[in-house]
Design a protein. Structure first.
Lengths: 220, 242
């Protein structure tokens, strides 16, 4: 029952497409903010005393080695069941899940960046008797961030490609708009292909940009 | 959650998950090596086509590819794939694209003199790859392949959305039938974690074997994947591949 490509279905789908794209980008933005900030918290905690570092290692290993899909279900279905647990909207649960999952990846990026700062910088800060918070803010992190930018950018692209998972808890982002359109119009082929192409169209220039950034920051 | 639910849904689901993981890992491994070596070809058209494959599957979301194989592919070509195979194929092709970057990077890291020696001994290109380049690149590939295998294992949960009755699907069935979500999803997370742990241990054994094969001593590593994840995520072979 193969049938040919229908451009009318594509044009018909486009208005829904933009709505879906907006939600996809929203989830990506919130997820990215959370992943970047939480990852930094993990990375700094790793350098803390043992009773801080070990639980962080345990939790992040667990989160990194289990599927994001199940984590989303956990956030969306289990958290409201807990006594006093808030009900999360799909967008909120999705952004938290995405951000939490990828914070365990950005953590490693930050960690590598922080370890790349020469030990002399730590020693100089100590010799000037800078307080700990000041050392992190003014000496270590500015130098560490430079190296982390391209790797962090790669994880933003990776997160973009994971946003369709949030459709499983009911966020009408790109993939779910395509499926819903398919259900009402019986045209599955066009919307799903359009959405697939859209991801490539967004992700490919972004990865080119990161490659340029990588070269720029490396030669500096 | 009763034992009946576990034995009727979780255990068969576990078996399906393992099957999907194995099939898609096999497809991904083949794709990685084929595309990865083609990307080092001397012909620009071959490099271009294999590079296009890599960019397309790296750029597309795995879940969208799964849906495409489940719903658009049958309409376009008139073949309906069994959901399990549609899922395994989509995952294999997607993660194979990531894997091709690992293969390409490791092959590029083999010293140039090795290739030249092969040419001097008038090996054909295939002989060179099979007898000289791949055996030396293989130990370098194993740690990033480990990370990819973990990503693939986590990715298998996605096939539940096209009605393959894997672990994640079993979780949803049990949530709907018992109205309790906490026990089943906690159990699922633990099962996936244990599976990932098993994969990492297995890949460590492969790595030791591979390093012994080229006369190098394996290094001591901590119990779980911390160092492996850290090195590969920082480098462009894995982190950059996404």
């Amino acid at each position: 029952m193969s049938r040919s490509w229908n451009w009318d279905a594509v044009w018909d789908f486009m208005p829904y497409f933009w709505d879906g794209l907006l939600l996809t980008l929203q989830a990506l933005l919130f997820g990215t903010l959370l992943a970047f900030s939480l990852g930094l918290v993990w990375a700094i905690a790793l350098r803390g005393p043992r009773w801080v570092a070990w639980p962080v290692i345990g939790v992040t290993e667990f989160v990194r080695n289990t599927p994001l899909l199940i984590q989303l279900f956990f956030l969306f279905f289990v958290i409201p069941d807990l006594p006093g647990g808030p009900t999360l909207s799909p967008l909120v649960a999705g952004s938290i899940g995405l951000g939490l999952h990828y914070s365990t990846y950005t953590m490693e990026v930050y960690r590598a960046g922080i370890e790349g700062v020469p030990a002399g910088q730590w020693e100089a800060a100590r010799a000037l008797s800078l307080p700990m918070g000041h050392t992190w803010r003014a000496v270590i992190l500015p130098q560490a961030f430079r190296r982390t930018v391209p790797a962090l950018g790669n994880y933003v692209i990776a997160m973009l490609k994971e946003t369709p998972l949030i459709s499983t808890i009911g966020l009408t982002e790109l993939l779910l708009t395509a499926r819903e359109y398919g259900v009402q119009s019986f045209n599955f082929m066009e919307p799903i292909t359009v959405v697939g192409v859209a991801f490539i169209v967004i992700a490919y220039p972004a990865s080119l940009l990161i490659r340029v950034l990588e070269r720029r920051l490396a030669t500096y | 959650m009763t034992w009946g639910l576990v034995s009727n849904w979780i255990l068969p689901g576990l078996w399906i998950t393992v099957q999907v993981a194995l099939f898609s890992a096999l497809i991904a491994l083949v794709v990685s090596f084929v595309i990865g070596t083609l990307r080092t070809s001397e012909l620009w058209i071959v490099r271009f086509l294999s590079g296009a494959y890599f960019e397309i599957f790296r750029g597309a979301s795995a879940l969208v590819v799964i849906f495409w194989f489940a719903f658009a592919f049958p309409l376009l070509f008139g073949w309906q794939l069994v959901p399990l195979w549609a899922g395994a194929l989509a995952l294999g092709l997607t993660y194979g694209a990531y894997g091709s970057e690992i293969v390409r990077g490791s092959l590029a890291a083999v010293p140039e003199a090795q290739r030249e020696a092969g040419i001097a001994l008038s090996f054909t290109r295939l002989q060179r790859l099979r007898r000289i380049e791949i055996p030396q690149a293989w130990p370098e590939m194993v740690p990033p392949f480990n990370n990819l295998a973990i990503e693939l294992l986590k990715g298998t949960a996605l096939v539940s959305v096209i009605a393959v009755a894997d672990l994640a699907f079993a979780g949803n069935v049990i949530r709907l039938s018992t109205n309790e979500s906490a026990p089943v999803y906690t159990l699922l997370l633990v099962i996936y974690f244990v599976l990932a742990f098993g994969v990492t241990r297995g890949m460590r054994a492969v790595e030791r074997h591979a390093k012994r094969g080229v006369g190098r001593l394996p290094e001591r590593k901590p119990l779980f994947s911390r160092t492996a994840a850290a090195t590969a995520n920082g480098s462009t072979t894995d982190g950059g591949a996404r």
